[in-house]
Ligand binder design. Sequence first.
Ligand SMILES: Cc1cc2nc3c(=O)[nH]c(=O)nc-3n(C[C@H](O)[C@H](O)[C@H](O)COP(=O)(O)OP(=O)(O)OC[C@H]3O[C@@H](n4cnc5c(N)ncnc54)[C@H](O)[C@@H]3O)c2cc1C
Length: 322
Amino acid sequence: MNHTPSAAPSLAPAPLERWLTGPRFASLPARDASLPAPALSFEFFPPRTEALEQQLWTCIQRLEPLAPRFVSVTYGAGGSTQARTHAIVTRILQETSLTPAAHLTCVNATRAEIDAVARAYWEAGVRHIVALRGDVPGGGDYVPQPDGYAYAADLVAGLKRIADFEISVAAYPEVHPTALSPEADLDNLKRKLDAGATRAITNYFFEAETYLRFLDRCLAAGITAPIVPGIMPVSNFAQAARFSAMCGASVPAWLGHLFEGLDEDHETRRMVAAVVAAEQVRVLQASGIDEFHFYTLNRSDLVYAIAHILGVRPGKAAHAPA
Ligand SMILES: Cc1cc2nc3c(=O)[nH]c(=O)nc-3n(C[C@H](O)[C@H](O)[C@H](O)COP(=O)(O)OP(=O)(O)OC[C@H]3O[C@@H](n4cnc5c(N)ncnc54)[C@H](O)[C@@H]3O)c2cc1C
């Protein structure tokens, strides 16, 4: 029996009172199953080892039935993965039903070298390029190469002179870290689209509001091309925080709290990651967004689950019109 003296009457409201006077949120609308599923695209990177290469192909095979609009393969810093990117892109073309897009960067290469890579892609049947400036390998200030393409907008124009590629470019909802100003960065995005790109893919972000406000700014600047949200399901918080500091994505405190104490608990981290990313895409979907680009990090499980939540099912190619 408990003989502790009875506590002084509390002024705090009783639980039900507290619960019923809290703010009320509308629930996210259920997706209308008669509407086409959103269009997805998936990004992969060229792995360094044979074991990781196997993991990549397992990932590609798992995601293939989701019939993404395209899948893209990154180009390592300074073009360091040129041969591997080319090999993976052409293998995707030859061995899968997927449409590959090859990332290509300006940094550390002459125009002639980049043009040769682009021509080789066109000859191999690759029709989609993600055109980027790239960063200086190992860090440091970017200085355009005199006989190179200085910025991504110049690369887009150069690619269009070579062949009628479909071109995607990068966009930064939180402004590129070295942009002179948010306005200058938006002007740059517009230049890339005016030069012939047909879509932008955003750097990842964690607050849906950040992206939605960016769309408002794009529209106000006269941009009407799709600015596809880049979604990165984060299961390794420490790594994401380090990378975010470099690429100008802010990491909200709530995200850190969600991963607190889970460093050694891989399984729970992945479940938390799925919930966070699912919530993010559900909010965007409820806001009308019907196209998503996933940074897969060459792992399919989280992306597959989130795609499923979005209404994407294997074997159904029908998705939102381009
Ligand atoms: C979806 C996506 C995919 C990516 N894939 C890769 C990849 O495969 N490989 C890789 O190495 N990196 C990749 N990156 C990273 C990217 O290369 C870096 O973020 C890089 O710093 C900028 O590339 P960009 O194409 O956006 O550059 P740009 O559009 O050229 O812009 C770069 C910076 O220069 C400024 N700028 C543009 N034009 C001018 C001008 N004329 N004068 C002065 N300033 C100017 C812009 O405002 C911006 O601050 C990717 C990024 C994203 C978002």
